[in-house]
Design a protein around this ligand. Structure first.
Ligand code: GDP
Length: 195
């Protein structure tokens, strides 16, 4: 994939703020700190387009990125901060649900999990939620550089089991640091986007 252009279109807190673009979209979900921003930056060869190391107090928004005027990446707000209030958590759920429901050009929602850890309860719930909206259920296992190749295989099989995934092809290891998996992930995204 040749990236000619990548820019933040908008950070949306409500549906009225979604961009009016009609290009296909892929959204990314995951626990805070899973490496979502780093993955987006690595895929786009940008250092700091998506903001990394988001702080717990950060406002929860859905961030839309325009790539090549051809498709959008959508960064969903992360979950899993213990300090977030119940009210904030409720808002988070409503915001994501609305997005899944109304966004017709949304082709897939990809879940990111840390390759080293067995997915937690909130990851499992997120995954089920994604599947319940009839998305395929692709998973990117981040921070692959932290493990040897043989450890990666073991951990991927544990993730598969925890998330009840039958098809191994649904899980891709990726490292924003070593760039392992970037090409394979682009192949997948091109397939999803039909480009
Ligand atoms: P986000 O909250 O999901 O957007 O996560 P970030 O992209 O901010 O990453 C959280 C932390 O994990 C940061 O300290 C990153 O430097 C680190 N990180 C993210 N991706 C990788 C990776 O592929 N390899 C390694 N070693 N660290 C990573």
């Amino acid at each position: 994939m040749i990236i000619r252009k990548s820019e933040l279109l908008i950070t949306a807190a409500k549906k009225e703020q979604y961009p009016e673009t009609v290009v296909p979209e892929i959204a990314f979900a995951g626990k805070s700190n899973v490496g979502k921003s780093s993955m987006i930056n690595a895929m786009l060869n940008r250092r700091n387009l998506a903001r990394t190391s988001s702080s717990p107090g950060k406002t929860q928004t859905i961030n839309f990125y325009n790539i090549n005027d051809q498709f959008n990446f959508v960064d969903l707000p992360g979950y899993g901060y213990a300090k977030v209030s119940k009210q904030e958590k409720g808002k988070w759920g409503g915001m994501i649900e609305t997005f899944f429901k109304v966004r017709n050009q949304l082709k897939e929602v990809v879940l990111l999990v840390d390759i080293r850890h067995e997915p937690g309860l909130n990851d499992q719930q997120m995954y089920e939620w994604i599947r319940s909206f009839n998305y395929t259920g692709y998973v990117i296992a981040t921070k692959a550089d932290k493990l040897s190749r043989s450890q990666q295989i073991k951990c991927i099989s544990a993730i598969k089991k925890t998330l009840n995934i039958e098809d191994s092809k649904l899980i891709l290891p990726l490292s924003a640091t070593s760039k392992q998996g970037v090409e394979d992930t682009w192949c997948l995204f091109e397939k999803i986007l039909g480009i």
